[in-house]
Design a protein around this ligand. Structure first.
Ligand code: SAM
Length: 230
């Protein structure tokens, strides 16, 4: 007989039961198609990063909704970007809030097209605009607006680093508030050790960071741009 210690009691917590129920009920209720996992193997993909990509798997509905509702931001000021948006489950859930815009970036054309159909079908929309873009995450230029950037384990570290380097360059060019949410971060040090990332909170499997990269110091001969003229 299993000992009490070997039983994962959290699996039977009310929020976990609600999570499971909502995951199953979501597509049935709204006529969307977001639940089934899709392996990348059989998909045509834009760009050369397929080998670094993870399969499509939707974000959970209940916990994501709860997390986004508690961000304590003025949603109208922010653009939400989901890097590796697949069939668009997260775009639908984020679009329930009055974000200025919700953008998904997906490198599989098939999944991107599914997302477009799901967006047409989904009746709950408070965001100004919700769209799916067919592109590799490394080629996407984030809008120069305050951002909530979302990753649900979409790709391995080499691609993540390039996406974050683009984001850092954009933040330096146009300083603004950037919040990064990562669901199932494989290793906390990946982001915590990069300059500019400050962990704001951790809720279950979501890490929420403020991202404020330092402006690089440029040398001009012997002086630096930080020198104050005497
Ligand atoms: C785990 S799923 C996350 C789906 C979605 N974000 C959600 O929360 O429901 C990862 C997705 O990232 C996509 N992906 C992987 N590498 C990518 C890349 N380099 N550029 C754009 N999308 C990518 C995959 O095709 C897949 O749809």
């Amino acid at each position: 007989m299993a000992s009490i210690r070997s039983v994962n009691w959290w699996r039977f917590s009310p929020s976990q039961i609600l999570e499971k129920y909502q995951a199953h009920a979501f597509d049935r209720r709204f006529g969307t198609d977001t639940s089934t996992y899709v392996e990348l193997r059989g998909l045509d993909v834009a760009g050369s990063n397929k080998r670094h990509g993870e399969r499509y798997q939707p974000s959970p509905v209940h916990s994501l909704r709860q997390l986004l509702k508690k961000l304590a931001i003025r949603y109208q000021d922010f653009v939400f970007v989901d890097f590796g948006s697949g069939k668009g489950r997260t775009l639908l859930v984020a679009g329930e809030l009055p974000f200025k815009e919700v953008i998904g970036v997906e490198f599989s054309e098939e999944l991107h097209r599914k997302a477009l159909l799901n967006l047409q079908r989904y009746p709950r929309r408070a965001a100004g605009q919700v769209k799916s873009v067919h592109a590799d995450a490394t080629a996407f230029e984030a809008p120069a607006q305050p951002l909530v950037v979302y990753f649900f384990n979409p790709f391995t570290r080499p691609v993540l680093e390039r996406v974050l380097a683009n984001l850092a360059a954009s933040a330096v060019a146009t300083p603004r508030r950037i919040i990064v949410i990562y669901l199932y971060l494989p290793d906390e040090t990946w982001l915590a050790e990069l300059s500019g990332f400050r962990l704001r909170k951790k809720v279950r499997n979501y890490h929420v960071f403020d991202f404020d990269p330092p402006v690089p110091v440029t040398n001009f001969g012997t002086a630096t741009i930080l020198d104050i003229p005497g």
